[in-house]
Each structure stands twice: as C-alpha cells, then as structure tokens.
Design a protein around this ligand. Structure first.
Ligand code: ADP
Length: 608
C-alpha cells in the first residue's frame, strides 16, 4: 500500500490527499505493505508544490540505475529515476550471461591472456566493423573497472567463462554460475535504496522539454493517467531498446514481421522517439539481433552459457549444422535454415552440473531427457541413430581437441555422461543494436553532429557500440560502462550549471525487495483473491506484468500486526521470486501464512 500511494503523492496526483501524509489503499485501514520490486519508495516534503530535480534518469534498468548511483557517488544530491513499469530491472533483469571485460584481476588470477586490444578486435569483428570504434575503445578500456564497480556496490562477478565471439575466456559471471541479470538488478536496487535515490514506479516519461536554445529543462510525465512535469537541469535517457515494439521493429526491419521476442513489455523505444523530437540523430536502426536459442512457446531464453559450457545444436535429422560458438547472427541464420526453423540444444550431466542457470529450465519443465542419446532422441522426436552417431563423433572431436566438422574452438566436455538432455529452440528478437547517437561522454548528438545541451543517454537506447551484431556479454558491459559515464557527465553538468539543490522528492529505505527469478506464465492484469487467516479474512491484489507477478498488496487483514508483518514480507518475496503460490513456513504464523497463500493462489488462478 504505502509505496505506490506514496509515489503518487510525490507527484501530486492523488486527488484528496495531502502531500506529506501517507495514503492507504482503497477500502482498508489495516492494509499491509506492498512488496514491489523497486529500489526505493518515494515521499515528498509537505511544502513542495512543483516537482524539481537536478538530474532525471528515465528508465530503471541497468544503465539508468548505474547512472543514478554514479551521479550520487560523484556528489549529486537531487537525482530521480522514472520507471514506467511497476518494477525496476527492464531487460537487464533477464540477462543471463554476464559482463565481458578484459585485463581484469579475475582473468589474471586464472592465467587468461587477454588485452583491451583483443577485446576491441573481437567486438569489431563480431559487429562486422559497423561499430563506432571510438565507443568500442571506451567500452573495452573501462570494462575491467566496470567489473570492480559492480563488485564494490555489492554485486558478484568473479567467475570467468567462454562465450560466443570471444577469443578467450572473458565473460564475468556470478560465483554461483547463476544468471547475471537478477544478481545485478538486486545489487543496483539495494544501492539505489542505500543512497536514497527515489524511483518513481509506473511513471512514464512522455516528453523531454527544452528551451529555445535546445537546452534540456524538464520532463513531462504521466502516472496513473495524470500528467505532470518535473523541472530539471539534465536528463539521462536509459529507456532500453525497442525489441517489444513490433511496429517499430517492422518499420526498420520488415523481414522480422511476426517474430517473437525475449524482451520485457516496456522495451518500446520511447527514449529514441523523445530524443528525436529534440533533433537527436540515430544510427544502425535496422540492426536488430535475434537470440538463437529461445523456447518457441514460452520465449524463455537459453543462455549462451549452455553452449559455452559444452552443449551442441542438432537439427530434426539428428545432425550438427553449425559451430555452436559462432556469433549470434550466424547461429540464428543457421537454425532458421533447418527443418521447421528449429534446433535442439543437447547436453549431458556434466554440462548441467557446470551451470546453475540450467536448473531454471528444468524447473519450468522445458527439458526432455534420456538415459542414452537414443532414448533422448525418442523423447524429442528426432532421428535416434543419427543423434547417437553425432554424439559419438563429437566425443571424438573433444578428445582430439579439434572439431574437424565445424571448427568449434572450445569443447568443454565429451558429452558422454548420462543423463542426456535437450531443449527445442529457435531465434527470437533479442536486442536492438541501433539507437541514439552518443559520443564517448554519453552525450546525445543531434543531426548537425553537436551535443544536445544537458542530454545524456546510455544502454540499449543508444546505437553504434555493437555494430551489426552484439556479442553476448557486451550489453551488460555497455550498461555499466556507459551508465557510469552518463552519471558522471550528468553530475558534472549540474556542477557547471548552478550546482546541486537539495532533494525535494525524497526516498525512504526499502525493505523486502524481490524480483522474479523465473518468468511467470500468467495473463497481464490486476487480480484479487481471498483467504482465511487466524484473525479472519485476508485479501490481496496481485499485479501481473509481462507474464510475471510483479507486486502483491495485502488489501485487508486482521492478523496480529507484529507477527503478520514478517510473514507477509517473506511470503510475498518468495512468491515473486518463484512465481508460485508457495512459501516456507514462518514460525508462529502458520495460519496467517496459509491464509495469505490461499488468497494469492486464488488471485493467481484468475490469471492463468
Ligand atoms: P538497459 O539495458 O539499457 O538498462 P533496460 O531494458 O534494462 O535497458 O531498462 C530500461 C528501462 O526503461 C525499463 O525498465 C523500461 O520499462 C524503462 N522505460 C522505457 N521507456 C520508459 C519511459 N517512457 N518512461 C519511464 N521508463 C521507461
């Protein structure tokens, strides 16, 4: 209750409420807390009338939160993040691989010989030399510091692995080999909360305002159907890509009509449109990447790490058809050329054990298995004799250290340890490489080649870094490196233009932050449910965004407050993380937990 209501109060949008007081959700005075996924909740000072900030960051994904944190670390005191979705994280929370970086202490500790020049060469080669070399130099030269920065703010990137398009092991991942996105967003959320940077959720930037000289002056916003303006000195656009905007995709790439996408629903290219209205230039808009290995039904993305750690791709005829570690564009094109435009990613017990991210595919029921390659082939309906032969040959290549068929550069395992596993996959729209033109200071450049005064951009909304094809692991490097540069630039801009002002949109510390760790399978919308606790009825309201439960609000309960509060936070966080109406027992609160779960379960059954 408190968070959403408080955010609306900040914006002066809740009719009949006095700013500075805490509102309650409709119809309930005993409503509990809302465990949403934002980094902070925001409140306002009573005297405040106009909304003002020094720096407005649009988008609470990886690039936006990084920019905001860096700006505050450099001394900014009045930074606000706008986020149109009910949760932070954007596409960043979905990233599975890791962060590419060269000359890091982790590579050195493992004796991996890498250099910024080699990283530069790989990135340019992968991007077919369409990349802007200046931006790529900036990316690689700041990559090792990006790993350290993530670790300093509480993240965990310490294991180095192999990924497509890289000459050496370069992708930095969490030590538990889990997906990078949830780890990163959790760390960013926590740091945003610690620094008390307000995040205004469900607040969409509609227009960036500028004076007659083209200097940025504010942002028009819309929250719950109401419009308002935040005056500011500088804006950082970090709205991500446009992979979920099929109209925009088809406008720039008609061939991709009807394609699925791995993107979250908020990836609609808003930042590009808003900046273009101020005369910003764009680049490479037709460069749109498919991720090669996506489940055709659920659009679940199978991280490249599965192939990097040893999996092979076979077609319906049971045969390999490509170097599985080639760049994404090559592998995607190769898959589309196979029967039904699909492939099967095959791995064994060794590969499964090597990568924790794989377990989530099992949990989602996407993996088929067999005790032998033949059994596996039967389970997935492909040619059994051919698959057996393919796997035997591959074991031979692995033992010899040379893939004479497709020249795969690295073969971690012989793929001969039962059980054997497979998932079906095909390409889906994954990343939009084109976007706003920026320089190496993350300033947005207009059509005359000049920086737009007070306007910065970072992350997937920008173009030129990845050229014609982004290497896996380079998006996370991009958002951290350029997010930090944009935050640094914005803070310096404020300093040079009148200096810091005190924050009027204040943040409180957040508790109980949770993000979905698996994708849900629900219909988007708001649902209610009822259960019976120890003291009587418990009612909840659940919000499903982009197929996942993103917030749960207890709208009514009569439980013992001290006991219920802990149980409520624990249960809600667990449900959001696992996307299931299940939770561990909470001592002394069995009946409350049961009632709450019943209410959540009833709401979720309506979302099926
Ligand atoms: P990046 O990887 O570049 O950080 P993400 O996709 O992770 O990009 O994050 C971009 C964020 O920006 C998403 O959370 C998205 O919902 C948000 N966003 C997009 N358009 C707007 C807008 N008009 N107003 C506010 N937030 C926006």
């Amino acid at each position: 209750m408190k968070k959403i209501a408080a955010i609306l109060l900040t914006l002066g949008l809740l009719a009949g409420c006095t700013p500075g007081t805490t509102g309650t959700t409709a119809g309930s005075s005993s409503a509990g807390t809302t465990a949403t996924t934002e980094g902070t909740k925001a409140t306002t000072t009573a005297a405040e009338e106009k909304l003002k900030a020094d720096i407005v960051v649009i988008g609470a994904g990886g690039a936006g939160m990084t920019a905001a944190i860096q700006a505050v670390q450099n001394g900014a005191t009045n930074v606000v993040i706008l986020e149109k979705m009910p949760m932070t994280g954007g596409n960043t929370v979905r990233s599975t691989g890791g962060l590419n970086a060269s000359e890091t202490k982790y590579q050195k500790a493992e004796g991996i010989e890498d250099s910024n020049q080699l990283f530069f060469d790989d990135t340019m080669k992968g991007g077919k030399n369409l990349n802007n070399p200046d931006l790529v130099h900036t990316l690689v030269d700041n990559s090792a510091a990006a790993v350290d920065w993530v670790n300093e703010i509480g993240g965990d990137l310490s294991v180095v692995g192999m990924f497509g398009g890289a000459s050496v092991k370069r992708i930095h991942r969490p030590s538990d080999t889990g997906a990078v996105g949830p780890m990163l967003v959790k760390a960013l959320n926590a740091k945003v909360a610690e620094l008390k940077i307000p995040v205004l959720l469900e607040t969409e930037a509609k227009e960036i305002l500028a004076d007659k000289d083209g200097k940025v002056t504010g942002v028009k916003i819309k929250s719950k159907g109401k419009e308002n303006t935040i005056e500011c000195k500088t804006v950082v656009i970090a709205t991500g890509g446009f992979g979920a905007n099929s109209e925009m995709v088809v406008k720039y790439k008609p061939d991709f009509k009807g394609f699925g996408t791995t993107n979250h629903a908020g990836a609609t290219g808003d930042g590009i449109v808003m900046a273009e209205a101020l005369g910003a230039a764009t680049v490479d808009m037709d460069q749109i990447q498919n991720h090669p290995t996506v489940d055709p039904e659920t659009q679940t993305l199978y991280t490249e790490g599965v192939r990097g750690n040893g999996a092979i791709l076979v077609n319906k005829e049971g045969k390999r058809f490509v170097n599985e570690l080639d760049t994404r564009d090559v592998v995607s094109t190769a898959i589309l050329a196979q029967t039904d435009g699909k492939a099967y990613m095959v791995f064994d017990e060794d590969v499964r054990k090597s990568l924790k991210a794989i377990e989530s595919y099992f949990k989602q029921g996407l993996v088929k298995e067999g005790a032998t390659p033949e059994e596996l082939a039967k389970a997935i309906g492909i040619d059994a004799a051919a698959l057996t032969e393919t796997m035997k040959n591959y074991s031979g290549f692995q033992a010899a250290g040379k893939d004479t068929e497709f020249n795969r550069p690295q073969m971690e395992f012989p793929l001969s340890t039962p059980k054997f596993y497979a998932v079906v996959c095909s390409p889906a729209i994954h990343h939009t490489m084109g976007g706003l033109v920026i320089n190496n200071k993350a300033e947005v450049i207009n059509k005359e080649g000049k920086a737009i005064t007070g306007l910065f951009a970072a992350g997937e909304v920008t173009g030129g870094i990845h050229g014609a094809n982004r290497l896996g692991g380079n998006a996370v490097a991009d958002i951290i490196v350029f997010g930090r540069i944009a935050g640094t630039g914005a803070e310096a801009f404020v300093k040079a233009n009148g200096g810091n002002t005190p924050a009027t949109i204040k943040a409180e510390s957040n508790e109980g932050t949770a993000i979905p760790e698996v994708k849900g399978n629900y219909k988007d919308g708001t649902y209610t449910g009822k259960g019976t606790g120890k003291g009587g009825d418990i009612e909840v309201e659940i919000k499903v965004t982009d197929s996942s439960v993103t917030s749960i609000t207890v709208t009514k309960n009569s439980e013992t407050p001290e006991i219920f509060k802990t149980a409520e936070t624990k249960v809600i966080n667990q449900v959001i993380k696992t996307q299931k109406a299940e939770a561990d027992a909470v001592a002394g609160a069995t009946l409350s937990v049961d009632g709450l779960l019943k209410a959540i379960s009833e709401a979720l059954s309506k979302a099926k």
